[in-house]
Design a binder for this molecule. Structure first.
Ligand SMILES: [Zn+2]
Length: 213
């Protein structure tokens, strides 16, 4: 079974991907992790990752295919997170899987509004001393503006300010729009409302995946 999970930043896709791969015993293939690993050895990729941009689409396809070619036993059933994002990547993956008699069984999009993304991310603060992360809505510090752990000052990262969050959201949308349209026209896209609580979404996704078995 191969499943693709798409979602904007702060859509909760990372959390869902982790929970789902545990429950259904899927290999969690996360391109964010691949890019960060590559960035350690490659200055050019480090710059791309640090600026919040994507590794060029063909290049990322190549890295993913390389990984899949190993055919590790634990990679029999895979949950893809963050890949494919473009039609070219989707087709490359589909071609690769079909060659070995496999397929992409479903693509799930965790849909979330821009307002909700801004609300989630801009309520995030970080300790300027120890780096501990708090969320003013879901995980507030005991004392306003002060770190529970070390007493350091809590600040908001520039990246988490509403303007940058909106920019990242638009970047995601512009980059996946064509793939979404393509999948819709092939009736391959399962859209799930990501504005709801984690456990409610998890239940929905689990039910859907059960139907694929
Ligand atoms: Zn601290």
């Amino acid at each position: 079974m191969n499943i693709v999970l798409l979602g904007a930043p702060a859509s909760g896709k990372g959390t869902q991907a982790e929970m789902l791969s545990k429950k259904f015993n899927l290999y969690h293939l996360q391109t964010g992790g691949i890019a960060r690993e590559l960035a350690k050895k490659d200055e050019r990729i480090k710059e791309i990752v640090d600026s919040g941009k994507l590794v060029p689409e063909n290049e990322m396809s190549m890295y993913v295919m390389d990984l899949l070619k190993d055919e590790k036993p634990e990679m029999k059933d895979i949950l893809f997170e963050g890949f494919p994002r473009f039609i070219s990547q989707y087709e490359a993956l589909e071609r690769f899987l079909k060659n070995k008699g496999d397929d992409i069984d479903a693509v799930i999009s965790l849909e979330i509004s821009k307002e909700e993304v801004v609300r989630r991310i801009s309520s995030r603060v970080i300790c300027s001393k120890c780096g501990e992360v708090f969320n003013l809505v879901t995980n507030p510090p005991k004392e306003k503006g002060v770190c529970d752990k070390c007493g350091g000052e809590l600040i908001q990262r520039d990246d988490d300010k509403p303007e940058s969050v909106e920019e990242r959201f638009e970047y995601y949308k512009n980059n996946t729009e064509k793939l979404m349209e393509y999948l819709d026209s092939h009736k391959k896209l399962e859209r799930v409302d990501g504005n709801r609580p984690i456990d409610v979404i998890f239940e929905d996704l689990s039910k859907f995946i059960e139907t694929l078995k």
